[in-house]
Design a protein around this ligand. Structure first.
Ligand code: FEO
Length: 409
């Protein structure tokens, strides 16, 4: 049974989080492996003459979400529902919620959000919809609600809300992460440290395709002065940021920009019968001699790491080594898929070394070169040869690793 946590975040204003802890999910967006699970966060604020709900929850958890909501408010009393983003992990519970609310609440969102909600759930859901524009302010319950669009964080419909008097940012996907943290907020550093790698994985897999917009949008919010002065940043997934709110947006900015961790080299390869593996032993030995800290993901007949985990490693890598067997005149299928996703979701200006092994014809190296040449990554070298590595192969591999390291420095 999926758990729902309801906690009061502050008394003035009276603010609650309703957090659905989804530990049953296996593949977010039917694609990304997340054994760590995910939470869907909704927030409720009670004001003078107004009750405001910030986002809803995922459709399949509508009943438990509504049960939890009823503990703090009669859904009929909700006067406003702010829809920051319409992806159904936040909007799926809306139709039933509105039914229970008697369609009294005004829904607030962008024009894009209105169109998407109408497409997903029909006309009934948008009959009391108020479209807001970037920077527009509304007075609700004696507070000033400012709406700021942050397109492509995660969809073109997306906006955040800034409650001016209380300096609260409700940010939906922006600032979110995978995982089900044991705490509600960021007050325990140990919880935060365990959580942040899930944030990187979330950013790359979910928003990575649009990662330049992460940097642009956070720059926009910083320019408005609201990140510096925010008392809380309250995302739609994962931890609420109450102790050090700007930390999460600065973290997002660093991931969006692909800021590397010193000496981290990401090494990804397949090895069917050990020929690529032998080459990688040489590569890893040379990397370590040069003081680098390789992080290795390998596909063999005994292991197949989650591509979502590999993607989460790319932004903080200084450099990448991609090793592949030639397989039916192609790149080995597991590396091919991984590479395809890296180039789509984690396309950064970082140096890459390609290492290949083949039986009767080397194709993988050339095909990877072509893909890399069309991306933002920089091709440093390709070392590809037949069968077991010779002494000459070893010399070339060590030299190529030195070139890679020099490039990354
Ligand atoms: Fe959490 Fe893009 O929805």
């Amino acid at each position: 049974m999926v758990a729902v946590r309801v906690e009061q975040l502050c008394t003035d204003p009276e603010l609650y989080i309703i957090r659905v802890d989804d530990d049953r999910i296996k593949y977010f967006e039917a694609t990304w492996e997340i054994p760590e699970g995910i939470t869907y966060n909704s927030y409720l604020m009670k004001l003078d003459g107004a009750v405001v709900l910030f986002d809803a929850s995922k459709g399949e958890y509508t009943d438990i979400f509504l049960d939890a909501l009823r503990k703090i408010v009669d859904p009929k009393e909700i006067t406003h529902i702010i829809v920051h983003h319409t992806e159904p992990d936040h909007s799926g519970a809306l139709p039933k919620l509105l039914e229970e609310n008697g369609h009294r609440a005004q829904i607030i969102g962008t024009q894009f959000a209105r169109n998407l909600l109408q497409g997903f759930y029909g006309d009934e859901v948008v009959k009391n919809f108020k479209v807001v524009k970037d920077g527009e302010e509304l007075s609700i319950g004696g507070k000033t609600f400012r709406f700021i669009t942050v397109p492509w964080l995660h969809w073109p419909d997306t906006m955040i809300t800034y409650v001016v008097e209380d300096r609260l940012i409700f940010s939906c996907d922006a600032g979110g992460g995978y995982g089900i943290p044991e705490a509600i907020d960021d007050s325990d550093e140990k919880v935060v440290e365990e959580y942040l790698p899930h944030v990187t994985k979330y950013i790359v897999t979910v928003i990575g395709h649009y990662h330049k917009y992460i940097v642009q949008n956070i720059k926009k919010l910083k320019g408005l002065g609201i990140v510096e002065e925010a008392k809380m940043i309250l995302p739609g997934h994962g931890l609420a940021w109450c102790k050090n709110p700007k930390r999460i947006f600065e973290f997002y900015e660093a991931v969006g920009a692909g800021v590397p961790e010193k000496d981290k080299v990401l090494v990804i390869y397949d090895s069917m019968y050990g020929f690529v593996e032998k080459r990688m032993e040489i590569v890893l030995d040379e990397l370590k001699k040069l003081g680098k800290k390789p992080v290795v993901y390998r596909f063999t007949d005994k292991e197949a790491p989650a591509v979502s985990d590999i993607l989460g490693e790319v932004p903080s890598a200084e450099a990448l080594v991609i090793g592949a067997s030639t397989y039916e005149a192609e790149i080995h299928p597991r590396v091919r898929y991984t590479l395809y996703e890296i180039l789509d979701k984690a396309n950064y200006e970082k140096p890459v070394l390609i290492v290949g092994a083949f039986g009767w014809g080397g194709v993988a190296g050339k095909k990877i070169e072509t893909l890399i040449s069309r991306s933002k990554f920089d091709l440093v070298d390709t070392v590809e040869s037949r069968g077991r590595p010779t002494e000459e192969d070893e010399r070339r591999l060590r030299e190529a690793v030195r070139k890679l390291v020099a490039w990354a420095s």
